[in-house]
Design a protein. Structure first.
Length: 407
């Protein structure tokens, strides 16, 4: 079986490297220079042409694309797109909400982009099961759940020792951006603030399920959502995009900013890395992305937090898998989707509900080195067995089995 992987980040390259370990697979990669497209649209159109030539020449069993990067128009008219021309199935794997990309690249051509995304060749997977349910409604076709994962070879207990960058030890670390407050009217804020609380209370419910229960209490938001359903591409229109993403943002602020502020009051040594934080957080904006540097940072911290983001309902961030894979201790304030019955809690990760509880856990695990080492070792073994990129291919193939010849 031949797979064409469209890559534009180091994470996708790590995925491809993992898949090459399997016998019987031929992995071909095609580079998408997405960083140059905004300033040089002609480069985007050239990428579309070269991609189609590669598909015709290589005749892969299927194409793997991440976050819609390979769904490209052929010229400035935006009338013809790669997805509509693909002669083989394209697995579109979303590690972010598609709305993020619509605003970034195709805001004025969202109807044409929507048609490309829903063309017959497209098979959509989402890292978040609840978001997959929501977009099944928007796209008018079933979307599937496939979590993100990790390359256990790149993120391993010894990787950090090879990093040229060293990190001062910290009690608690969190790597992730803070969200700016959205620009809303008073009535919009009232509704969305209320709905963000409901999202946190009922994470398994997507926006359509919340609409059944709460339409009378948030009429402005749900009127916009309902009107958009009459023209499904309107999920990417400016009005729907603004309100929906503002609601996401308010949820993200409550998931990160508030708990981090409380944690900083309890701990003397906190490392926060990311953009958008108030000065009082003393956050570093000197971000880093290489596995060696990330592993070194995680191993230098006693507790490594993974706090929920704005766009996810229940989906586990890649950060959780990377922390566990490099032999560091993962601590979460929300139950992860990989542990619905909490049977893995205190076996491969820790969970807290308040800054006070987190501090008690810190005292317990920092004092007992044997218990600390055991949970870290368990976590790495668990990730190797269940959450490598190889595991995800095994989940994707059955969905494709009716559409491709598995040779």
């Amino acid at each position: 079986m031949k797979i064409l992987i469209l890559h534009h980040t180091f994470w996708i390259e790590m995925l491809a490297e993992c898949w090459r370990e399997l016998t019987g697979l031929e992995i071909i990669t095609f580079h998408l220079p997405v960083m140059s497209w905004t300033e040089n649209p002609a480069a985007k159109f050239e990428s579309a042409r070269l991609l189609m030539e590669t598909v015709k020449k290589e005749k892969p069993s299927f194409i793997l694309d991440i976050n819609g990067a390979g769904i490209i128009p052929f010229d400035e008219t935006h009338k013809h797109w790669t997805a509509s021309e693909f002669s083989v199935p394209c697995v579109e794997w979303w590690w972010d909400d598609p709305n993020n990309n619509s605003a970034l690249f195709y805001d004025i051509h969202y109807q044409a982009w929507f048609e490309a995304l829903t063309s017959s060749a497209m098979i959509h997977f989402f890292w978040d099961a609840v978001l997959a349910e929501e977009y099944s409604v928007w796209f008018g076709k079933k979307c599937f759940f496939a979590p993100t994962a990790v390359h256990p070879g790149a993120f391993n207990p010894d990787a950090g020792k090879l990093s040229g960058r060293k990190f001062k030890g910290s009690d608690v670390s969190f790597l992730g951006s803070c969200y700016p407050s959205p620009d809303l009217s008073r009535e919009e804020f009232r509704e969305l603030d209320f709905l963000s609380e409901k999202r946190l209370a009922f994470p398994q419910k997507n926006y359509f399920e919340l609409m059944k229960d709460l339409s009378g209490e948030a009429p402005l938001f749900f009127k916009t959502l309902k009107a958009s359903l009459e023209i499904p591409s309107a999920i990417f229109s400016s009005d729907t995009h603004r309100l929906r993403n503002s609601l996401n943002t308010l949820t993200g602020i409550k998931r990160r900013k508030k708990p981090l502020a409380e944690i900083m009051e309890k701990f003397k040594s906190c490392l926060i890395v990311g953009n958008g934080y108030p000065p009082s957080f003393n956050a570093s904006t000197d971000t880093f992305f290489q596995p060696l540097e990330l592993s070194a940072c995680y191993k230098a911290s006693v507790f490594n937090l993974d706090l929920g983001n704005a766009q996810s309902f229940t989906g586990t961030n890649m950060r959780s898998y990377e922390i566990m894979s490099c032999g560091a201790l993962l601590v979460r304030n929300e139950k992860p989707d990989f542990d619905p019955d909490a049977s893995l809690e205190k076996h491969v990760y820790l969970r807290f509900s308040s800054a006070g509880e987190l501090h008690e856990l810190y005292r317990e695990y920092s004092a007992d080195k044997g218990k600390f080492s055991e949970i870290c070792a368990n976590a790495r073994q668990y990730v190797i067995e269940n959450h490598s990129w190889l595991n995800r291919l095994a989940a994707i193939i059955p969905v494709l089995s009716e559409k491709i010849s598995l040779k």
